[in-house]
Structure formats: structure tokens, C-alpha cells
Design a protein around this ligand. Structure first.
Ligand code: ADP
Ligand code: MG
Length: 629
């Protein structure tokens, strides 16, 4: 055995140690994460060397063991990795290699930021052990032939001692931690250690034993080659990750090398787990750096509209000591994120193409979250291919329609894609604005959710066809199409005289309704209904208008255009009465009734009393006439 030598730490190490030894930082358990991560790195390096040089010693299993001695107040963590030579020990443990720790020391000395937050922000590597240790004894033997095994000891103050270790020291590194008095019971408690390991190091790809038990049960599946993984393994991992009991709907396993290296294993659950009212923060991907968990549910890896995606991302390119704060505006993170978004959207696109039924399933569960992607202008084209709607061409709401489906069915010469918002299919079927579309057999997309209109607004157009709200469609654009429904028997055309009476009647109605309407005019879009309301030019759709009124707490009724169908029997009757007596009370009563019914259909009528009173009055009169007949 050689004699013991004493060495001074480099200045920056001493400074860092000074800080750590006196740290009051409460989250001291991170020292385990750091030591386990170093052990895992050492095992990884050993595997790499032996794979490439094929000269390893297979007799020693690649693993990490943690043992405790409560009486002696020690914790020992042992790995069978590469180990260190004497020179490596001095270079790796005696100096600080990376700038992160030096930066921490500098900031701590400036004293601007609290120590707690600094230690949280910077991983502090091997030295973090001095948050919990009075003394550390590290015994190591390098995997290299003829390497001399060494013991390194230090109380983490100014110097460390080196000494040759017994010749029978096995390959790898063993770190014996003499725990501080007040922390000894906590860190010699195996159950506590297991929970810490599960929390921070569950996916370390080598077995970690605490006492006799293997703690990390789930391997880092995302790092394994795809072709070796069975569907059941993916499902098992998914359930472990999400606590879901069902298998995932989709699994996405990707490995990317450029522009940034990362592996990702992501899933789309079969059922929506979103419950934004209850738990708005329950989303995000778990971020690992070299199998070490950095942050659970990181929210910078995918945007909120993809929040239904669950999974993990693991990169080699970020430093292990990256802090959560710096993750936010990290360039690498942004690159990973934009690659992930593209991959997820392509996956969905492929799924939609390969299996429409499966995609419909996805849409029913997650469509409402996904729709918020209308804000992602960078991926607008992909998004446009992925949104789905209900449609007037379907019998019921089970079928879904893409914009591409719509375009495949447009009438010759049709330059616009039409949509209408309503509370249900039944309501839209009665919507007077859609009569013209039904008559001409022009498809209308049915929107049931307020967000759908924002989607349409943001998209603006699709493959050169403009997206137009049906209520804003110019009847002239549809007039050119052949009428599909058998033409209704039209009443005789109005004579010259009747036309001028009609003009006067419209003027009279306008006078009666006063400021409630901007205009009363003959409609080009109606066939079944006597009247409808439309928006003055350049106005938003009525549903959008309603959303804005809700936002602005505006309860007033907007001014609209009252459009009248001169071929409807009721209007013809009114005209006949009007021709007899231009001031007849019935014309006024009917005009008000028609106007308020139209308001009711549009959802604007807040006080139904007048309308109900009028209906009862009219029923009384007509029943009297009917009974006498
Ligand atoms: P980092 O892991 O970020 O390099 P650390 O302070 O955690 O920083 O470790 C410093 C260095 O010490 C490592 O890079 C490695 O070379 C060496 N080292 C630490 N622990 C071990 C170990 N268990 N086996 C072999 N080498 C180790
Ligand atoms: Mg480390």
C-alpha cells in the first residue's frame, strides 16, 4: 500500500463546497439523483467501451446498489461502471469541469439571489453530496487493465486525501457517505430512499437495488430500438405513466438526431382525461436528460392544443443541471418542441389517412382540445387538414367531414366553403338562412361549438376556397347552381300594382319597427320561411356577435336587416289586407310577430311577453273564425 497524500481543492471547488456544506436548502434529496446519475453515466461508458472494444469483463453485472447502515449513519452507493484512475480522480473530482457550477458560485458570492433558488436552478453534481455528508469516502477501480484502485476521502472543506485501495477492490465506484447527524435517520431509511429513487431515477436503464430490492422497475423504453418493443410493453409503460387503465389509442415513438438529438415516447389516450375546470395544469411531457428526470409535465415541449398527448422526452443535448427557469427560453427546447409538434401532426395526418374510423374516435375524444390549434399559424396548413366538422350532407352527427371532403363534393364553379353555427342539427335544419343551400344542394358545415367559428376565422380559406358563413353568403353566388329539390309551386308573380303595394308595405313595416332594424327588404335566399334576419354588410356572424356581447356584457339587441319572402302565403295575405287598408291593425300585429319570431330563432329575444301575448290574441281570433266556419 502506498502512503496517503493530501491535495488542496481548486479554488472554485472550495467556494462551491463552502456554499453546499452550509446550505439550508431543504430539498437535499437531490444529491441521490446526482450520484445515481453519475453511476449510470459510468455504467453507460463501460457498456460503450466494451461494446466497441469487446474486451469487457462480463462476470460483473452492470448495476447500482445502495445500502445503508443506520447505526454507523452511512449510506453507500456502488456502481460497476468505468471507475476512475488516480489521474481521473484528481481531474474529475478535484476540479469543476463545467461552467454551471462556477456560475453558481459566482452568483452565490454576489449574494443577489437566495441560495435555495440557486441550488434548485443549478444541478450541483458530485459535490451536492456535501449537503448531507460530514465526510465522503470514494473507492474506485478503473475498468482499464493495470489500473491501481484508489480511495478518495474528504470532509468537503479545503482538501482531499488519496490513498491506494486494497488490491481486491472490484471494478467501478463505491461512495460511502457519512451522513450529517440530523439527516441520518432520513437517509438510512430504505423506504424513504426507494421513494426518492422512484421519483427521480425510475427510468435509469440499469437496475438500482436498495437493500435487496430492485427499485426501478420500468426501463427507459423510449431509448430502445422500436423494432424490439412489443405493443404490450408500450401499453404497460403508458399505464405506468398515466395511471390509465385502458390501452392508449395511439403510440408515437420517435428518435431524432438533427437539428437536435432526442428520443420521445408519446401516447394519445383512448379517453379524454382533460378536465380543465378541475385540473388545468395536468398536462405536459416529462423531460429527461440522459434518463434523469428534469421536470415532470413540462409545458414548453408541446403547445396546449396538443395537451392530450402524454409521454416523455429524453435528450442528450441539454446539460443535466439545467434549471426549470432556463428551460423556458432555451433554444434547444424550442427546436425539440417544433420538431415534436410537426411529428405529432404528421402522425395524426397519417392516422386520418390510414384509418378514418380511428381518427374519428380520436376526434370525438380530443377534438375539442385540438381545435384550439387554430392559433398555431406556423402549422396552419397541417391543422386545416386535421380539423373535422359535422355537415349538412350527413344524416346525423356520427359522420365527420374534413375540409378536403367538402372540396371533393363542391358544386362545379363553387368558390366558397359554407358553414353555419347552431346549437344542434335540428336547429340548423330549421335555420332560414340555410333554405337556399338546401334548395341548391350546396353543402354547409355545421358548427356546434363557439370555438369552431374562431377556427373558421383563423383559417380564412382552404385550397383557394374562401370560408364563408352561410348567413353572409351572397344569394347571387348560389343562384347559378341548378336547383336540386323539385321547384315548389310558386304563386303567381306579383303584378305591377302589387309590387308597388309591397314596396309601400315594406316601408310601413320599417316605420313600425323603427330603430330595431336597419332595413326591410325583399329576400333572395328564402323559400320556406316568410322572413329572416340578416346582418348589415361587413358584420360578424350572429353567433360571433353573441360571444362578443357576452364578453362585453352587452344585453342590447343588435340592429339587423329584416328580409321578407314575397312568395310566402302569409306575406301574400298581409299584402292583400294592406291593399284594402294600409293602416290595418293586423298588418302591424303580424309584422311585429314575424320580427320577434325571427329574433327568437336567432337567440336574441330576451323578453317573450309581448310575443306570447300576441300569439294568444291571434289564436283567439283565428279560433273564433275557425269555429264559426
Ligand atoms: P458531471 O456528472 O456533470 O460531469 P459531476 O460533478 O456529477 O459532474 O461529476 C464529475 C465527474 O466525476 C464526472 O464527469 C465523472 O467523470 C466523474 N464521476 C463522478 N461519479 C462517478 C462514478 N460513479 N464513476 C465514474 N466517474 C464518476
Ligand atoms: Mg453528474
Amino acid at each position: 500500500m502506498s502512503k496517503k497524500t493530501t491535495h488542496k481543492f481548486k479554488a472554485e471547488v472550495s467556494q462551491l463546497l463552502e456554499i453546499l456544506v452550509h446550505s439550508l436548502y431543504t430539498n437535499k434529496e437531490i444529491f441521490l439523483r446526482e450520484l445515481v446519475s453519475n453511476a449510470s453515466d459510468a455504467l453507460e461508458k463501460y457498456r460503450f467501451h466494451t461494446n466497441s472494444a469487446d474486451n469487457g469483463d462480463d462476470s460483473i453485472p452492470l448495476e447500482i446498489r445502495i445500502s445503508v447502515d443506520p447505526e454507523a449513519k452511512t449510506l453507500t452507493i456502488t456502481d460497476t461502471g468505468v471507475g476512475m484512475t488516480r489521474d481521473e480522480l484528481m481531474n474529475n473530482i478535484g476540479t469543476i469541469a463545467h461552467s454551471g457550477t462556477a456560475e453558481l458560485t459566482r452568483l452565490a458570492q454576489e449574494g443577489q439571489e437566495s441560495l435555495d433558488s440557486l441550488i434548485g436552478r443549478f444541478g450541483v453534481g458530485f459535490y451536492s453530496v456535501y449537503m448531507v455528508a460530514d465526510e465522503v469516502e470514494l473507492t474506485t477501480r478503473s475498468w482499464q487493465e493495470d489500473a491501481v484502485p484508489m480511495v478518495w476521502t474528504s470532509d468537503g472543506r479545503t482538501n482531499y486525501k488519496l490513498e491506494q485501495a486494497p488490491e481486491d477492490t472490484p471494478r467501478g465506484t463505491s461512495i460511502k457517505v457519512m451522513l450529517k447527524e440530523d439527516l441520518a435517520s432520513q437517509f438510512t431509511n430504505e423506504a424513504h430512499l426507494k421513494s426518492v429513487i422512484k421519483r427521480h431515477s425510475n427510468f435509469i436503464n440499469f437496475p438500482i437495488h436498495v437493500g435487496d430490492e430492485r427499485v426501478n422497475t420500468v426501463s427507459a423504453l423510449w431509448r430502445e430500438p422500436k423494432f424490439q418493443i412489443k405493443a404490450e410493453q408500450y401499453a404497460e409503460f403508458y399505464k405506468f405513466l398515466t395511471f390509465d387503465t385502458e390501452d392508449p389509442l395511439e403510440t408515437m415513438h420517435i428518435s431524432v438526431d438533427a437539428p437536435v438529438q432526442f428520443n420521445a415516447l408519446m401516447f394519445i389516450p383512448s379517453r379524454s382525461t382533460e378536465n380543465f375546470l378541475m385540473n388545468r395544469d395536468n398536462w405536459g411531457l416529462d423531460l429527461y436528460v440522459r434518463r434523469v428526470l428534469i421536470e415532470r409535465q413540462n409545458k414548453h415541449l408541446v403547445p396546449e392544443y396538443l395537451s392530450f398527448v402524454k409521454g416523455v422526452v429524453d435528450t442528450e443535448d441539454l446539460p443535466l443541471n439545467i434549471s426549470r427557469e432556463t428551460l423556458q427560453d432555451n433554444v434547444l427546447m424550442r427546436k425539440i418542441s417544433s420538431t415534436l409538434v410537426k411529428q405529432i401532426l404528421s402522425h395524426l395526418q397519417k392516422m386520418a389517412g390510414d384509418d378514418a374510423e380511428r381518427y374519428a374516435e380520436f376526434w370525438r375524444e380530443h377534438g375539442n382540445v385540438f381545435k384550439a390549434g387554430y392559433v398555431d399559424f406556423l402549422n396552419k396548413d397541417k391543422f386545416a387538414e386535421l380539423v373535422r366538422f359535422n355537415s349538412s350532407t350527413h344524416e346525423d352527427d356520427k359522420g365527420l367531414c374534413s375540409l378536403a371532403d367538402y372540396v371533393g363534393r363542391v358544386r362545379e364553379g363553387q368558390k366558397e366553403i359554407y358553414y353555419a353555427y347552431g346549437p344542434s342539427r335540428q336547429a340548423l335544419a330549421l335555420n332560414p338562412h340555410l333554405e337556399m343551400f338546401r334548395r341548391k344542394g350546396v353543402e354547409v358545415l355545421y358548427l356546434y361549438e363557439p370555438i369552431d367559428e374562431f377556427v373558421m376565422d383563423a383559417l380564412g380559406d382552404y385550397r383557394e376556397l374562401r370560408l364563408v358563413a352561410a348567413e353572409h353568403a351572397d344569394p347571387a353566388n348560389l343562384e347559378a347552381f341548378e336547383t336540386l329539390e323539385p321547384e315548389k309551386e310558386k304563386p303567381e308573380a306579383l303584378s305591377e300594382d302589387q309590387r308597388s303595394s309591397l314596396d309601400r308595405m315594406l316601408a310601413r313595416i320599417r316605420e313600425l319597427l323603427g330603430e330595431s332594424v336597419t332595413e326591410v327588404k325583399v329576400s333572395g335566399r328564402l323559400s320556406d320561411s316568410p322572413v329572416c334576419l340578416s346582418n348589415p354588410d361587413g358584420h360578424v356572424t350572429s353567433s360571433m356577435d353573441k360571444i362578443m356581447r357576452t364578453v362585453h356584457k352587452d344585453a342590447s339587441i343588435p340592429q339587423k336587416v329584416l328580409e321578407i319572402n314575397p312568395d310566402h302565403a302569409l306575406i301574400r295575405n298581409m299584402l292583400r289586407i294592406f291593399e284594402r287598408d294600409e293602416n290595418d291593425a293586423f298588418v302591424e300585429q303580424a309584422a311585429r310577430q314575424l320580427f320577434e319570431s325571427a329574433l327568437l330563432l336567432e337567440g336574441y329575444l330576451s323578453d317573450p311577453h309581448a310575443l306570447v301575448g300576441r300569439v294568444q290574441d291571434l289564436l283567439t281570433k283565428s279560433s273564433g273564425w275557425y269555429a264559426d266556419k
